[in-house]
Design a protein around this ligand. Structure first.
Ligand code: GLY
Length: 405
């Protein structure tokens, strides 16, 4: 019996202590202090309308939740308090995202008593370098951010990667909370623990594996997504379909995605989680996520990172499909399905800015810098890819010739 003893408060505290870990797992917390029953009922209904969903991702260092909920960024303060995350938080964002989503995030954090250090960096892939990481270290140090607190990364893949790398290395690791605001960030960068910055000699050359404390995906943030970002995210969703989800691919092959992209996001997340759980440190299976990426990285380098990563991946998938066809791994019909689906969603599938030989040289240089044999992911069927490491220069050039307009 809880009530009726002198030590009721002590017993309540003991119960709270024993149950805190379980409570922290609940993605939504309502503070009912000074609320009427009607007010609480209204908040519960609002939560229902947010259509929350949580996945738990298993990782070698433990598991972490990925929450998907409309309005979720306003919930972060309560979630972090429930996990006993300390006061010295930092929020890292960029100049495009912050004006839209900074205030809703801060309001929720302030409501739970946090007054975070806010660091807003210029936007763009060309910002993903060590000088900005050094700047982050300086600001984290001055703000007194420590391992008992967390770094929140509010933005797209660039912010997730760069703030993630800073969090992974500052004080040998401060908890990281990705709050991705782009499709690409939600279905790829924020899940699986890969963080990195670019180096003049290659993309993502300096990085780490770090599993987040939790991930918060708020689909409301997609409302302000520029069209190019939306299409780039769709390229990665189509990629997830080609790798492992024929139902997802077939739906996108047949027509427009759902208006809020919710179904497509959930399918793509499921693919990403299954792959990273099987191979958290990219020792094998995880390489399949790089479908189109070896071509894409070379094209991105040749464009001095002016071409968006997702759009480069679309071109890279077209090249990978043609290469599969040339090697007899795939068929012409398969290539046509992949290329016409990408085209249908406004994505590029041809490349002529640099000759195939220049793209091949950039691929080779990238491979040499990373060491090891060049591994290319080729589609065998919709939902099935193979990783090959014996592709010749002639084959790569021939595939690139096939995607010239
Ligand atoms: N973005 C690819 C991966 O997480 O492995």
């Amino acid at each position: 019996m809880l009530w009726g003893g002198d030590d009721a408060e002590a017993r309540l505290r003991e119960l709270l202590r024993a149950r805190r870990a379980q409570y922290a797992e609940i993605p939504h917390h309502l503070d009912t202090t000074a609320h009427t029953v009607a007010q609480v009922a209204e908040e519960v209904l609002a939560l229902y309308a947010a259509q929350p969903r949580t996945w738990r991702v298993s990782a070698p260092s433990g598991s972490y939740p990925v929450h998907l909920a409309r309005g979720g960024i306003g919930q972060l303060g309560a979630l972090l308090r429930a996990r006993e995350v300390g006061d010295n938080l930092a929020v890292v964002s960029d100049a495009n995202v912050w004006p839209h989503w900074g205030e809703p995030l801060l309001a929720g954090l302030r409501g739970s008593g946090y007054a975070p250090e806010v660091i807003v960096l210029p936007a763009g892939e060309e910002q993903k370098h060590l000088d900005n990481v050094r700047l982050l270290y300086d600001r984290l140090a001055v703000a007194g951010v420590d391992r008992g607190a967390a770094v929140l990364a509010l933005g797209g893949g660039v912010i997730t990667d760069m703030a993630g790398f800073a969090a992974a290395t500052f004080m040998r690791g401060v908890p990281l909370v990705p709050v991705p605001t782009t499709l690409l960030g939600m279905i790829d960068a924020a899940i699986g623990g890969k963080v990195a910055v670019d180096h003049p000699r290659g993309k993502n050359l300096i990085g780490a594996f770090v599993q987040p404390l939790l991930v918060m995906l708020d689909p409301d943030t997609l409302a302000t997504l520029p069209d190019q970002e939306r299409r780039a995210g769709l390229a990665e969703i189509i990629k997830a379909g080609v790798i492992a989800d024929p139902t997802l691919f077939t739906a996108l092959e047949a027509g427009a995605p759902s208006a809020d992209l919710r179904w497509e996001i959930e399918r793509a997340i499921a693919v990403k989680i299954a792959v990273v759980e099987e191979d958290p440190y990219e020792q094998g299976r995880r390489a399949v996520l790089n479908l189109g990426h070896t071509f894409a990285h070379a094209i991105e380098v040749l464009s001095s990172y002016r071409l968006h990563h997702g759009l480069a991946v679309s071109i890279g998938m077209a090249a990978a499909a043609r290469l599969a066809e040339l090697r007899g791994v795939g068929t012409a019909a398969l290539s046509e399905r992949i290329i016409s689906t990408l085209t249908r969603h406004g994505l590029p599938t041809t490349y002529e800015e640099h000759p195939p030989a220049a793209v091949y040289q950039a691929m080779r240089a990238d491979k040499k810098r990373r060491g090891g044999t060049p591994r290319l992911v080729l589609p065998r069927a919709i939902g099935e890819v193979v990783v090959v490491s014996d592709v010749t220069e002639t084959e790569i050039i021939a595939a690139l010739e096939r995607i010239r307009p």
